[in-house]
Design a protein around this ligand. Structure first.
Ligand code: AMP
Length: 395
C-alpha cells in the first residue's frame, strides 16, 4: 500500500511516498519544489518523478494522498477531505491565514488530478482533543469561545511522533502503543499505570512545546493560531491583546499592515533585525550584535517558561525532548535552555549534547533524573500511518 504525503505551502510543494506493504513502513521517495508559481504543474512534476523513479506506474498505485492539514471548524482528527471538510477549513481561514488557503487550493488541485484517489487530512489540532478543558481556554466571554477563540494547539503530528518514539526509547511500549492508537482508542485516563511524563520541544522555523502524560497531550504553547506561543522565525509569538489596537493607533498603520508586520517582520527576525534563521542570528551574536543576542535570549527564556509550566502541570518529567530544525541541530541552544536546572533534576552531558546533531540520542548526564533526548521528528510518517488506518477502516 503506497501513500503519498503532500506538504503544501503558499509557494512550495514537498512530498514523501511511503510503502506499507508486508507490514513494513518504508520511505520510498521524498522531494519538493520551492518558489512554485504553477501548482498544477508542480503536482504533475511530482507524479512524473514518482513514475520515473519506478515507485508507481500510474496514480492508480496510490492508495491515498495524505495532508498535514491545520485547522477546521468543528472537525479534527483524521478524516476524508470531502467538500464538507474543505468548507469547514475555509470557515477557519481567519485562524490560520498563512496555512488554510494554500492547503484548500492544493487539496482541490490534487482532487482534480487524482479523481479516484482518497484524499485524507490529519489535522494539527487532533493531538489536543483530549487535553483538559482548563488548559485550552482563554478568559473570554462564551460568545468569543463559541466562534473559536480558544487554545487549539498545533504541531500535533510532530508532538504525537515524539510521544510514541520517546515512550519506546524509555522502555514503555505500553505507552507507545497507546500514543499510536490514540485516535482510535481515545484519551481516557489510564489507571494502574505509572505515569510517563514527557515535555516535547518542537523548535524550528515555527516552534511549540507540549506536555504529554501517558501518550496524551495536556496542552500546547500554540494557542488559537500558529502566531502564538514562543517567538517563531518571523512570527510574533504570544502578545498582549491590547498591543494590536495600541500599535495601530500609535503607529498610524492599518490592522492589516499590523498583522503583516506581526507575521512577516516579527519573531526572531523582528527581535534581531538580522535574519529569520537562527544560524545567521547566532553568527551575528558571536560578532557582538546585541539585538541578535537578545533575540536568542528571548527565545531561550520563552522556551524555559513553557517547559517550566508543563513540568509543574505534570508533577515533574521523565523526559525532555528536543526536535525540529533548531532542536535537532543547535546544541548551544539546547544547552542554554537546560542551563542551571540541576535542582529540578535536569543535567545535560556537554560532550553528548555537542555530539548529537540531526540524529537520535540521549544528551543528559548519567545522574540526570530527567532524561534529555534528541529525536528527529517524522510528521509525514504520522500522517501516513493515520491515513492508512482510515482507508483500511473505511475503504
Ligand atoms: P524546521 O522548521 O524544523 O524546518 O526548522 C528550520 C529552522 O531550523 C531554520 O529556520 C533554522 O533557523 C534552524 N536550523 C538551525 N540549524 C539548522 C540546521 N543545521 N539545518 C536546518 N535547520 C537548522
Amino acid at each position: 500500500m503506497k501513500i503519498l504525503i503532500a506538504n503544501i505551502g503558499s509557494t512550495s510543494l514537498k512530498w514523501r511516498l511511503f510503502d506499507f506493504s508486508n507490514s513494513a513502513e518504508k520511505l520510498l521517495h521524498k522531494g519538493g519544489f520551492e518558489r512554485v508559481t504553477d501548482y498544477p504543474k508542480a503536482i504533475e512534476d511530482c507524479l512524473a518523478q514518482l513514475r520515473e523513479a519506478g515507485h508507481i506506474q500510474s496514480e492508480r498505485d496510490l492508495a491515498a494522498v495524505g495532508f498535514k492539514t491545520v485547522i477546521a471548524k468543528d472537525v479534527t482528527g483524521c478524516v476524508r477531505l470531502d467538500d464538507r471538510v474543505l468548507a469547514a477549513m475555509e470557515a477557519y481561514n481567519g485562524l490560520a491565514p498563512a496555512h488554510n488557503p494554500p492547503y484548500i487550493t492544493g487539496i482541490r488541485l490534487f482532487g482534480q488530478r487524482l479523481p479516484g484517489v482518497p484524499l485524507i487530512g490529519l489535522f494539527e489540532t487532533a493531538f489536543y482533543q483530549f487535553a483538559p478543558p482548563a488548559m485550552m481556554r482563554y478568559g473570554v466571554p462564551q460568545a468569543w469561545h463559541d466562534i473559536g477563540v480558544r487554545r487549539w494547539g498545533f504541531h500535533g503530528a510532530s508532538h504525537k511522533f515524539i510521544a510514541e518514539r520517546s515512550a519506546q526509547l524509555l522502555g514503555r511500549d505500553d505507552i507507545a502503543r497507546r500514543a499510536q492508537n490514540l485516535y482510535v482508542d481515545g484519551g481516557a485516563t489510564v489507571v494502574n499505570q505509572a505515569a510517563l511524563r514527557v515535555i516535547s520541544c518542537h523548535l524550528g522555523g515555527s516552534s511549540s512545546i507540549t506536555g504529554i502524560r501517558n501518550g496524551v497531550a495536556i496542552g500546547n504553547s500554540l494557542g488559537m493560531s500558529p502566531q502564538s506561543g514562543l517567538p517563531h522565525n518571523n512570527r510574533v509569538g504570544d502578545l498582549d491583546a491590547e498591543a494590536l489596537p495600541y500599535a495601530v493607533k500609535t503607529l498610524g498603520i492599518s490592522v492589516e499592515e499590523a498583522q503583516r508586520q506581526l507575521s512577516k517582520e516579527g519573531g526572531l527576525k523582528g527581535l534581531s533585525g538580522v535574519s529569520n534563521d537562527i544560524r545567521d542570528i547566532q553568527e551575528a551574536a558571536a560578532k557582538g550584535n546585541v539585538n541578535a543576542q537578545l533575540s536568542i535570549d528571548v527565545f531561550v527564556s520563552e522556551a524555559r517558561r513553557w517547559i517550566g509550566g508543563y513540568f509543574f502541570q505534570l508533577n515533574g518529567a521523565d523526559a525532555l525532548v528536543f526536535t525540529a530544525g533548531i532542536g535537532e541541530n543547535r546544541a548551544e541552544l539546547r544547552a542554554a535552555i537546560c542551563a542551571d536546572l540541576d535542582q529540578l533534576g535536569i543535567v545535560l552531558d556537554p560532550v553528548k549534547n555537542a555530539a548529537v546533531r540531526a540524529a537520535e540520542g540521549v544528551i543528559s548526564a548519567e545522574h540526570s533524573r530527567v532524561k534529555v533526548l534528541v529525536i528527529p521528528t517524522n510528521e509525514e510518517l504520522v500522517v501516513a500511518r493515520e491515513s492508512k488506518r482510515l482507508i483500511e477502516a473505511r475503504p
